[in-house]
Design a binder for this molecule. Structure first.
Ligand code: NAP
Length: 238
């Protein structure tokens, strides 16, 4: 087995299923040590059963939208590994309704998870990365962060915000040997937005996003692909 990322330590938020789980598998296959987090212990346990045969992996319950929980997660990372090389900000929720039907609690949940959660994780990761001599932050945005659509105000606001955060952060952090890239996928074949979401083989596979994550991490150190737009190559014609 290849092991290009041996000795590297990665945190994948929302690593218990979908894109995050595929990214965790890909990182383990390349020899990295991986920590995943999610809000629910049961989903973490199921994922850990699948991941443990692949390498060194730990799972922690953490809601990325709550700063105190994020701080605890990074305390665990520091005590266990003493470093973090890769932060994959993937945790996200999709709540879709016309603007007049979105209640403030739903708005707060989407912004806390998809936008503030990324800031909280970066806030904790940056000092550790600097201490270790550098790092790589990959944010999983969305094409909904570039192109708004009806019924998605909260989600679009969170992902447009994430686009701005990512770009400004990239400009700050490259001087500290910390690279920041954002992957903006279109439809990916996961249960995002609800367990009843039908599978569709025209959508991007989560494993393809994971491959892109690996490509970015393995780019030569003096170059940086700051944004990647990924679309299904043959969606149904409208
Ligand atoms: N699927 C798509 O079509 C698509 C397209 C573009 C962008 N994206 C983005 O890709 C990312 C992953 O989506 P996915 O399709 O893999 O979704 P998914 O299958 O629903 O998985 C989401 C993961 O995030 C975790 N999570 C949710 N809220 C969290 C929170 N507050 N704190 C920590 N973990 C949390 C979930 O576990 P728990 O529920 O146990 O917390 C789960 O592990 C999201 O940022 C999404 O916006 C998805």
């Amino acid at each position: 087995m290849s092991s290009q990322l041996n000795e590297r330590v990665a945190l994948v938020t929302g690593g218990s299923r979908g894109i995050g789980l595929a990214v965790a598998k890909a990182l383990l296959a390349e020899g990295a040590s991986v920590v995943i987090c999610a809000r629910r212990q049961e989903s973490l346990d199921e994922a850990l059963d699948e991941l443990r045969p692949l390498g060194r992996v730990e799972g922690r319950v953490c809601d990325v939208g709550r700063f105190a929980e994020v701080a605890e997660l990074f305390q665990f990372m520091d005590e266990t590994f003493g470093r973090i090389d890769f932060l994959i900000n993937n945790a996200g929720v999709g709540r879709f309704a016309p603007i007049g039907e979105i209640d403030p609690a739903t708005w707060d949940e989407v912004i806390a998870t998809n936008l503030s959660g990324v800031f909280y994780c970066c806030h904790q990761a940056i000092p550790l990365m600097k201490k270790g001599g550098g790092g790589f932050i990959i944010n999983i945005g969305s094409l909904a962060g570039k192109h708004a659509f009806a019924g998605a105000s909260a989600y679009c606001a969170s992902k447009f915000g994430l686009g701005g955060l990512s770009e400004a952060m990239m400009l700050d952090l490259r001087h500290d040997k910390i690279r920041v890239s954002t992957i903006m996928p279109g439809s990916v074949d996961t249960k995002f937005g609800g367990a009843d979401r039908p599978a569709a083989d025209w959508k991007i596979a989560p494993e393809h996003i994971a491959e892109t994550v690996l490509h970015l991490l393995m780019m030569p150190e003096r170059s940086l692909v700051s944004q990647v737009e990924m679309r299904p190559s043959r969606p149904p014609k409208k």
